[in-house]
Design a protein around this ligand. Structure first.
Ligand code: SF4
Length: 623
């Protein structure tokens, strides 16, 4: 993980030192980075962060853009898409026409469009319902904050009610458009009738609180200043600190078209685009993903951006009109094969995803699953990859990928290792607790005995902890509760008597608490007090089909990485503590609580758990 950068611009060196220590960058750091001419060093810093967050993965989704109408009550100056009813180019799509554009292979329907003066509220709800009904595998990402605000005013419904009804009708996430630049100066000059920063941020805050993850954007390359760009990033970062509801950030390069905006009758330069991507990755330390939106960047710039901090290429994007009406010169749609080629050419692993960034298909050999939580960092921090590539993925999804022959090895959730013993061989490494774990936590309003017949929400990521919870409930405490999985990426805990969280989110909540839940139980402590044994949450394993030489090579790489990682626990902890909200000492203490090597007691613990597991229900109902 160590990396040397030869800086041409020495003003970047203090920023690099902060980045390596995992420290947050300031407003001035943002400005320094935008002003630098040392673009290569900037890109290397951003790539360092990108690799730490996303390994070698670059995501894409098979998606279809639906812009139901271009008739709009507003007339924003930079918009070449909108028109008025009666104009020759005005169009309105029926639900039938919308459905006709969709195909069963897509996983995301992205809906945004003009603010139509006459359409009824029911039309929007019915549109979502019918899409959901006819294309159940496609998740709907719909309506920018500008549209949500329009619905709120036009249909006289509170924002939360608008969001609730859309969510009930099938909306799973929201796109990030309409943010433009959070500057009153720019807003007054370019889109004075459109919502400003406060309303945009309030709507996204409300969505996050209701369990609707969203994306975010900036429209750059017109009349905004560099200070306004940095201010925009910092405002987004602050909201993310509060809600953790943003999935990705998408810098949108301004397409001048016939908008008449001066003095920028030009497309952004490739250098400016790459700086924007890199600075975003570095400033937005709490954002999981940064997207290189090829539609606006061009395929060539988007390809380079995959080594400048971006880990997402959006998707096939069939049907996009807004950017193309404004003069985007890119093709209207890329094939899946083309996207895979662009990602491979950038030296990355193409990963087809769903709307929540769950991996569905991996297009590369020798891929190793990486648990993306702090507790596994000692294995990965010094991991020398050689021919192997790393894919960060939640424990449950890693099991699914292995079942579908998509990865060759990984730190598998114990439950997945046990259920796939016929195709997996264990290596002598694991994540096992000594007594407590702090990152597999049940937040509850009831004591264990009172949980009988209660409803417990289960974070989507877990494969083993949910089974451990079931064993504890039924075999230790003699109670039966109803377990329901939360939707992936959603932190809506409304209506549950208790919630099971794992990983870094559990660690953060263990420190700061979870609103409305007063009691907190550490499942590893519950297990230890009962069995006087460690609990093994994850086991390193490789596919039996992998050649023996590769297996041995991987085992020795893990051994080397772990030895180095254990010697540097404090430094590694410091690098990661901030993004979780811990101080370095708390993070170090947390990591010291694990045993990373399989021993007799760990195998014994697995055997005891497997026997208990055989007599409890393991299916969990989807919410
Ligand atoms: S940017 Fe959106 S709100 Fe503004 S005119 Fe265009 S479609 Fe309408």
């Amino acid at each position: 993980m160590g990396q040397t950068i030869h800086f041409m611009d020495t003003s970047l060196i203090p920023i690099w030192e902060k980045v390596q220590r995992g420290e947050r960058l300031s407003f001035d750091d943002g400005l320094t980075m935008f002003r630098t001419i040392d673009v290569i060093s900037l890109g290397k810093m951003a790539h360092f962060v990108q690799k730490a967050r996303s390994g070698d993965a670059v995501y894409f989704v098979l998606n279809q853009k639906i812009e139901p109408t271009n008739i709009c009550v507003l007339a924003c100056k930079f918009c070449d898409f909108a028109t008025k009813a009666g104009q020759p180019d005005a169009y309105e799509m029926t639900i039938h026409e919308i459905l006709h554009k969709l195909t069963p292979d897509i996983h995301e329907v992205h809906i945004t469009g003009g603010l139509h003066p006459d359409w009824k509220w029911d039309y929007y709800l019915e549109m979502l319902r019918q899409i959901k009904q006819q294309f159940p595998d496609a998740d709907i990402k719909a309506f920018t904050a500008v549209e949500i605000d329009f619905f709120h005013k036009k249909f006289k419904l509170p924002i939360e009610e608008v969001l609730k009804q859309l969510k009930d009708a099938g909306m799973r996430t929201m796109p990030g458009g309409g943010a433009e630049v959070f500057s009153e100066r720019v807003r007054k000059r370019l889109f004075s009738s459109k919502i400003g920063a406060k309303v945009w941020l309030d709507i996204h805050r409300a969505a996050h609180r209701m369990g609707i993850p969203t994306n975010s954007t900036i429209l750059y390359g017109h009349i905004e200043t560099l200070e306004e760009r940095v201010d925009h990033l910092i405002k987004l970062r602050s909201l993310q600190d509060e809600t953790r509801g943003f999935l990705t950030f998408i810098p949108l390069a301004f397409q001048p078209g016939d908008t008449g905006i001066k003095p920028t009758h030009r497309f952004t330069s490739a250098i400016d685009d790459l700086k924007m991507i890199a600075v975003s990755r570095l400033m937005l330390d709490n954002f999981p993903h940064i997207k290189a939106y090829w539609v606006m960047l061009t395929e060539e710039v988007a390809s380079v951006a995959l080594n400048f901090g971006a880990d997402d290429l959006d998707g096939t994007v069939g049907g996009e009109k807004i950017a193309h009406d404004a003069g985007a010169i890119t093709p209207m749609q890329l094939t899946k094969e083309k996207i895979i080629k662009i990602i491979r050419d950038a030296g990355k692993v193409p990963v087809e995803r769903d709307v929540f960034y769950n991996p569905l298909n991996v297009f590369s050999p020798n891929v190793i699953g990486q648990i993306p939580y702090l507790n596994s960092v000692p294995f990965y921090h010094h991991f020398e990859k050689r021919k192997f590539k790393l894919l960060p993925v939640s424990p449950r999804r890693m099991g699914d990928l292995s079942r579908n022959n998509q990865i060759d090895a990984g730190l598998f959730s114990l439950a997945d290792y046990l259920s796939q013993k016929d195709i997996l061989t264990p290596l002598p490494y694991c994540i096992a607790t000594r007594d407590q774990v702090k990152s597999v936590m049940l937040f509850s309003n009831h004591g264990w005995q009172e949980l009988n017949n209660k409803v417990i929400g289960i974070i989507d990521d877990t494969a083993t902890s949910v089974r451990l919870l079931r064993v504890l409930l039924e075999k230790k405490h003699g109670v039966k509760a109803e377990l329901k999985r939360l939707h992936s990426g959603v932190n809506d805990y409304e209506g549950f008597d208790a919630v099971l969280l794992i990983g870094d989110e559990a660690l953060r909540r263990q420190k700061f608490g979870l609103e409305k839940f007063e009691l907190v139980y550490d499942l590893a402590t519950e297990w230890y007090d009962w069995q006087k044994l460690p609990f093994v949450f994850a086991v390193w394993a490789v596919r039996k089909a992998l050649p023996l030489a590769s297996r041995d090579e991987l085992a020795s790489l893990i051994q080397d990485a772990l030895e180095k990682g254990e010697l540097e626990l404090e430094r590694i902890s410091q690098m990661h503590a901030g993004r979780i909200g811990l101080n370095p000492m708390e993070a170090t203490e947390y990591l010291q609580g694990f045993n990373y090597r399989m021993g007799e007691r760990e195998w014994r613990a697995i055997e005891v758990f497997e026997n208990l597991l055989a007599s409890v229900e393991t299916e969990v109902e989807q919410k």
